[in-house]
Design a protein around this ligand. Structure first.
Ligand SMILES: Cc1cc2nc3c(=O)[nH]c(=O)nc-3n(C[C@H](O)[C@H](O)[C@H](O)COP(=O)(O)O)c2cc1C
Length: 420
């Protein structure tokens, strides 16, 4: 019976173990986690979501404070059109984060950055260009463009000195999205180096409707895409993602002609993941019925999370002056509308009323109160040992990686108890 280790992922001049750690924002896939994957010969993603806030927590910088200072007078104003990011600060935060991953990277693997394009940051194109340029300046090996794929992103960076050497990939959830991207991108003369095909069981935001994700199947989408590429004689590596929990499931995709697999949920509870320990225990405790796909994210994309997430039904005053990662060019975010619709009417009350329609994603992602997760989170307890006090021991990234790499028979192995 074959195992993942019988395959290799050839990407350009390099060869990898065909396991890709998916990007998990906000700083769930930490530089440390991505480095662990790279040191074992795979590809690890960091995420560039909300980096000024992440870097402040990590290095004690003051990006958030500085921004809040600039726009403090606007805090009570529902019109956020004046709120903009300082592009120099954004570049610096991005460089600091990517350098912290790249400068001490070891092993034959690679570190890529997941760049969620739906983070429009009040100035979609310029902030995106700054994020991408700064990541390349800091030496990132590859960039994966996700959620909200702009069809012209490659053209934004085509004059960067690393445009031809950095690996560039996209995430799609349908053949149609891939065809659209290839058509629009044709003028640039640079194909994506790889395409991640994300199915309906993934964590984070989904590329399907909240009501219809159940009707889609990763295997079917992957087959359609492989057949299309073969028909067009296009050789682009395909990397399926979403719900792949064991080594044998990876092998199934690799035998079909996929080049690697992308996985995330099993690593969300790794020792190196950025999820706080208490929240990791919530993931371990989750039952299948606790995992929901809802529309509380102001991005407009459905998002998968634990139903118990404290962010659901919370009532924070919009905090765009400090954060504001989801503001569109006109300074609009659908959470602001949802908040004012509920709370302006209740202005005479001292208490704020719960906002159920949307959540303040920036504030709650930063504070780990949106417990976003993959559909297989309820299986995480199979991957760890339970201690006498009822809590679960976090496996190391190395253990999880090797379990994907070497296990057969659809087996999933927890590490021996007490293993560090
Ligand atoms: C906790 C969590 C957070 C995630 N955050 C992001 C994200 O910020 N951007 C993104 O493109 N994908 C995100 N994803 C999706 C993963 O990168 C990956 O493609 C997918 O979850 C793989 O499926 P699996 O989790 O079933 O292994 C996230 C997944 C999880 C589990």
């Amino acid at each position: 019976m074959k195992k993942v280790d019988d395959f290799r992922f050839q990407l350009g001049q390099n060869e990898y173990v065909p396991i890709v750690l998916g990007g998990m924002g906000v700083n769930i896939s930490t530089p440390k986690l991505a480095q662990a994957i790279a040191s074992l010969g795979g590809i690890g993603h960091v995420s560039d979501a909300m980096l000024p806030a992440v870097i402040d927590q990590k290095f004690g910088t003051s990006f958030v404070k500085n921004k809040l200072q600039r726009y403090r007078d606007n805090l009570k104003n529902p019109d956020k059109s004046i709120v903009k990011f300082d592009l120099g600060e954004l570049a610096e935060a991005t460089r600091l984060h990517i350098s912290s991953a790249m400068d001490t990277k070891k092993g034959m693997g690679a570190i890529f950055v997941n760049c969620m394009e739906k983070l429009t940051m009040g100035n979609p194109l310029e902030t995106l260009k700054v994020r991408l340029d700064a990541a390349m300046d800091a030496g990132i090996d590859g960039i994966t463009l996700s959620a909200g794929l702009h069809l012209r992103t490659f053209s934004l960076i085509q004059n960067h000195r690393r445009f031809l050497d950095v690996k560039l990939g996209i995430i799609v959830s349908s053949l149609r999205a891939l065809q659209l991207f290839l058509r629009k991108n044709a003028k640039i003369g640079r194909l994506p180096d790889y395409v991640i095909v994300e199915g309906p069981l993934a964590g984070g935001h989904l590329g399907f409707g909240a009501g219809d994700w159940r009707k889609h199947d990763l295997l079917v989408i992957v087959k359609e895409i492989l057949a299309f590429l073969a028909g067009e004689n296009l050789k682009i590596p395909i990397i399926p993602a979403g719900g792949i929990f064991s080594g044998s499931e990876c092998v199934h995709f690799l035998e079909m002609g996929c080049s690697a697999v992308q996985v995330a949920t099993r690593f969300s509870i790794a020792q190196e993941s950025g999820v706080p320990d208490k929240v990791k225990q919530e993931y371990f405790k989750a039952r299948e019925e606790d995992i929901v796909v809802n529309t509380v994210s102001p991005t407009g994309y459905p998002m998968r999370m634990l139903q118990r997430s404290p962010a659901i039904g919370a009532s924070n005053r919009p905090n765009c002056e400090a954060f504001g990662y989801l503001l569109d060019e006109a300074g609009h975010c659908s959470y602001i509308d949802a908040y004012h619709k509920i709370n302006d009417k209740a202005a005479s009350n001292k208490e704020r009323l719960p906002v159920n329609e949307r959540t303040c994603l920036c504030t709650h992602m930063r504070n780990f109160k949106v417990w976003t997760c993959g559909q297989n989170t309820y299986r995480l307890r199979e991957t760890a040992c339970q201690l006498e006090d009822g809590t679960w021991e976090q496996p190391s990234a190395e253990h999880i990686f090797r379990d994907y790499q070497f296990s057969t028979n659809y087996e999933v192995h927890p590490p021996p108890q007490g293993e560090k």
